[in-house]
Write a protein that binds this ligand. Structure first.
Ligand SMILES: *Cc1c(COP(=O)(O)O)cnc(C)c1O
Length: 387
């Protein structure tokens, strides 16, 4: 039974149906810092679920930077960036990120969700068209809907379908895609999408939340990994990165040419009407950026662990096609996925069942994520438990 629409103030039926469908979600309380080994609800678990891909969320240098930042700049920013919440560390971080990505300019946001709302709603609106991959992150879907532009979704990774949607589009066109897809771990066909953006004179927005830091020269993300921006980043290309994943801190940035970034600063509502992230956090992220840039050893680590997982996987268990730290095991049924996850938890492993609406109906999966902080024996433990 599935009840989608509620017409009374009593949600009992909806909550019960959710439970029956294996879709109920539950908070777990961490009792140790973010890391591959965590104490959770009184138990020690080996975690394969975090987006802390480089193991930086509890890195001593970044913790120290945050402490120094707080001692120097206090805790709260006190206001939005355009009121009096923009401080030297924010400015320094924006410059450092822009230099790292070889773009004109970066703009900081409090979260990736808000950065996406800004980019889409800031650059297109009613009468325009957003052409979006069907498996895009929820924040991109919401951003497109909130923008007032017409949303046309193309089949996942299907460039011909994207072209068809672009041909039918009206107004200013925007192609919207994840760089690395968050629940599948595969990569957008960015070279083809760039060609489409040129052909149709469209914006191309790439949300590389799971690519920045993770791969590409100096961790510069999917565009660098695929080698498609060797000639420089074109004006129509706007990138979104989040700082709460591989960077291990919090917040997000938009990176691009001067003009679109200036437009966002002038008019994006999720930039204007929200409090700036604490300046101390920007100090911490600057420390994180320097580790990200020189982190080839960390990137080699997760690649080696992923290779080991693929090599030693027991027969009967199949990973989805992915060369990133996101290595999902497709199960299908939500209740079944929850059962798998519970069994792995009994073996001391934390592998979450990802269910609709995060993924399409019937495509529930165990979302295994590998981190640079996992050791070979951690991966061996996972493989043993899967057997
Ligand atoms: C996590 C994520 C976001 C949201 O970023 P937050 O900083 O967590 O709000 C946006 N896009 C993608 C693809 C993500 O995976």
């Amino acid at each position: 039974m599935r009840i989608e629409i509620i017409t009374t103030r009593d949600w009992t039926q909806w909550l019960d149906a959710r439970r029956a469908d294996g879709l109920e979600r539950r908070l777990r309380v961490g009792q140790s810092p973010q890391g591959v080994s965590m104490r959770v609800d009184g138990r020690e678990l080996l975690a394969f679920c975090s987006n802390d891909y480089l193991g930086l969320a509890n890195h001593p240098d970044i913790v120290t930077a945050l402490q120094i930042g707080a001692a120097r700049w206090g805790v709260g920013s006190g206001a939005a960036h355009l009121v009096n919440g923009h401080f030297e560390p924010h400015d320094a971080l924006e410059f450092a990120l822009a230099e790292w990505l070889r773009v004109d300019r970066c703009l900081l946001f409090s979260t990736g969700y808000m950065a996406n709302l800004a980019v889409v709603g800031g650059l297109v609106g009613r009468g325009d068209t957003v052409v979006a991959d069907k498996l895009n992150h929820a924040s991109l879907v919401d951003a497109a809907q909130l923008s007032g532009a017409t949303l046309r979704r193309y089949r996942h990774g299907d460039i011909d379908d994207a072209r068809r949607q672009l041909m039918r589009a009206t107004g200013t066109r925007m192609i919207l895609t994840d760089g690395v897809f968050s629940m599948d771990g595969d990569v957008a066909r960015l070279a083809d999408l760039m060609a489409l953006a040129e052909e149709f004179d469209a914006w191309l927005v790439v949300d590389d939340a799971h690519g920045f830091g993770v791969w590409g020269e100096q961790g510069r993300g999917s565009l660098a990994e695929l080698g498609v921006i060797d000639a420089g980043v074109p004006e129509y290309l706007v990138q979104v990165g989040t700082l709460g994943k591989a960077f291990g801190t919090a917040g997000a940035f938009v990176a691009g040419a001067s003009q679109p970034v200036e437009v966002l600063l002038q008019r994006a509502r999720s930039y204007l009407f929200t409090t700036a992230q604490p300046p101390a956090l920007a100090v911490a992220t600057l420390a994180s950026l320097s580790i990200v840039k020189s982190g080839n050893d960390l990137r080699a680590n997760w690649r080696a662990r992923v290779a080991a997982l693929k090599r030693d996987l027991p027969p009967g268990i199949e990973l989805m096609p992915s060369d990133t730290p996101i290595q999902p095991i497709l199960i299908g049924d939500s209740a079944e996925a929850v059962k798998w996850s519970a069994r792995l938890a009994e073996s001391g492993l934390w592998v979450p069942a990802v269910r609709p609406p995060t993924v399409p109906k019937g495509a529930a999966r165990l979302r295994v994520t590998i981190s640079a902080a996992h050791s070979t024996s951690h991966v061996a433990q996972l493989i043993e438990a899967l057997k």
